[in-house]
Write a protein that binds this ligand. Structure first.
Ligand code: GAR
Length: 210
């Protein structure tokens, strides 16, 4: 059974999708053992507590530079014996120390079809604002491994979502979450825990069930 540690900063609807998937048995061979928040008072912490999942708060604003903060998060994850780390609405950029400590053991959910609308500055609602500004007709979500390149690691899963006339960033965000993020994130987590994802030449491949 793999220990899954989830990093959060906000509302935690993706965390909730993981909790629900664990309860329903959709996540095979994995258990959420810890939730770490970069913000005090994040509602994600409440969701964890309601499900008796241990939590830690490591506030970003209590640390000076990125290196110091990355070390604090990395040390906590080592203490928690994390096998898989999921960035689920984790809004803080960490440096390469953590990538070296957990190579291809960290995944992030991003609310667009990478390589569109990704990288520095593209997070949360801003991603949907940019998609609407561009006028794309399809957007979606991506789950990828975390590397030192922001939103640049091997892509594990993607799902497209239609943009509709009259969408606001908020409406589009909700549709992308419902139709894509909450579906592909638990799937990718289960595949990882079942040892069914391999990375070759910088690309992720899902092993078909035998
Ligand atoms: C989600 O849409 C997630 O994809 C996005 O923030 C939201 C968090 O929601 N993450 C990023 O933009 C990271 N670059 P949640 O806290 O309800 O899961």
């Amino acid at each position: 059974m793999k220990n899954i540690c989830v990093l959060v900063s906000g509302g935690g609807t993706n965390l909730q999708a993981l909790i629900d998937a664990e309860k329903s048995g959709e996540i095979k061979n994995g258990k959420i053992t810890c939730v770490i928040s970069s913000k005090e008072g994040a509602y994600a912490l409440e969701r964890a507590a309601q499900n008796s999942i241990p939590t830690r708060v490591i506030p970003r604003n209590a640390y000076g530079d990125v290196a110091e903060y990355t070390k604090a998060i990395t040390d906590a994850l080592k203490e928690e014996k994390a096998d898989l780390i999921v960035y689920a609405g984790f809004m803080t950029i960490l440096d390469e120390q953590i990538v070296k400590a957990f190579p291809y053991k960290m995944m992030n959910v991003h609310p667009a079809l990478i390589p569109s609308f990704c990288g520095k500055g593209f997070y949360g609602l801003h991603v949907h604002e940019a998609a609407l500004e561009k006028g794309v007709k399809l957007t979606g979500a991506t789950v990828h491994f975390v590397t030192e390149v922001c939103d640049g690691g091997p892509i594990i899963m993607q799902k497209s979502v239609a943009v509709e006339n009259g969408d606001t960033p908020e409406i589009l965000q909700r549709r992308v979450m419902e139709q894509a993020e909450w579906k592909i994130l638990p799937k990718a987590v289960s595949l990882f825990c079942e040892n069914r994802i391999t990375v070759k030449d910088g690309k992720a491949f899902i092993d078909l069930e035998s």
